[in-house]
Design a protein around this ligand. Sequence first.
Ligand SMILES: NC(=O)c1ccc[n+]([C@@H]2O[C@H](COP(=O)([O-])OP(=O)(O)OC[C@H]3O[C@@H](n4cnc5c(N)ncnc54)[C@H](OP(=O)(O)O)[C@@H]3O)[C@@H](O)[C@H]2O)c1
Length: 290
Amino acid sequence: MRKVIVTGASGQLGKALIQAYEGDPQVELVALDHKDLAIEDLESVRQMFLREEPDVVINCAAYTNVDGCEENESQANRINGVGPRNLAIYCEKLNAKLIHISTDYVFDGCGSRPYREDDRPMPVSAYGRSKLVGEMYVANLCHRHFIIRTAWLYGEGKNFLNTMLRLSQTHDRISVVDDQVGCPTSTKELARMIRFLEPTEQYGLYHGVCRGQVSWAGFAREIFRLYGRDTEVIPITTEQYRQMNPRTAHRPSYSVLEDRMLALIFPEGMQGFCMKDWKEALEEFKKENK
Ligand SMILES: NC(=O)c1ccc[n+]([C@@H]2O[C@H](COP(=O)([O-])OP(=O)(O)OC[C@H]3O[C@@H](n4cnc5c(N)ncnc54)[C@H](OP(=O)(O)O)[C@@H]3O)[C@@H](O)[C@H]2O)c1
């Protein structure tokens, strides 16, 4: 039996992880949401570790509002940088594993092929910078760490998919950015990957996204097709979007990730693990969330 703590448990990924572990007789899951534990508060983190003595911590807590981070970079750094540092310090002290979630936004998006784990991060936003700081602390302070960079997450909560579905109820046409390309990833698929890695000793940095790639406009079109909405998608450029919404943070234009380490360490067919294609994962999400 091992004790697994999930921080940020009421967020999209936290909820999917709770579902993924449900009924596992080998795991005692302790779900901590923001009011139970603010990860940037070292003393609260210390007390939590003394009380719970976890074997594993999965950190889903983060300041995920990309535009909000731009306006309040100190807060972004406290939550996304100092927070994981605090968890890393105590995981190391207790010899616990730390699974930390990071982002495609650590890259600048100027690449022309999918980013690999060994590509140089170069964030273009406060959010990306703060998440990179978090990665560095985790990698340097805790031996038994997994850092998983994911992207374009959707599940139960606030996300692009739910925004598109809501807007389609009141709009015949929606303008959507067509020159940012990435990997829409369901929280269920990412939770499946985390559950697969967690009991192993295969520590390190991973990319964890659904297979394939698409622009936000293409993603919106697929959502409307699948959900039978006749809302028209008007493709626009990032520049046009920023003219309409001048306070938006810069985002990488090409942030497709290649899950090379997963493929190298767990080759398909040999106890391997493979993330689903983004369209397949989206269909599955629709079926399960009527
Ligand atoms: N969403 C994406 O598209 C995306 C893409 C790439 C990477 N990621 C990464 O994936 C992870 C999970 O993202 P998500 O989409 O599940 O995020 P989410 O839905 O925004 O959930 C984040 C959770 O963290 C909690 N939280 C915020 N500040 C906290 C603090 N100081 N201490 C403790 N908890 C705090 C939030 O609680 P309150 O709401 O109550 O404050 C919320 O429950 C994050 O590390 C994120 O950076 C997300």
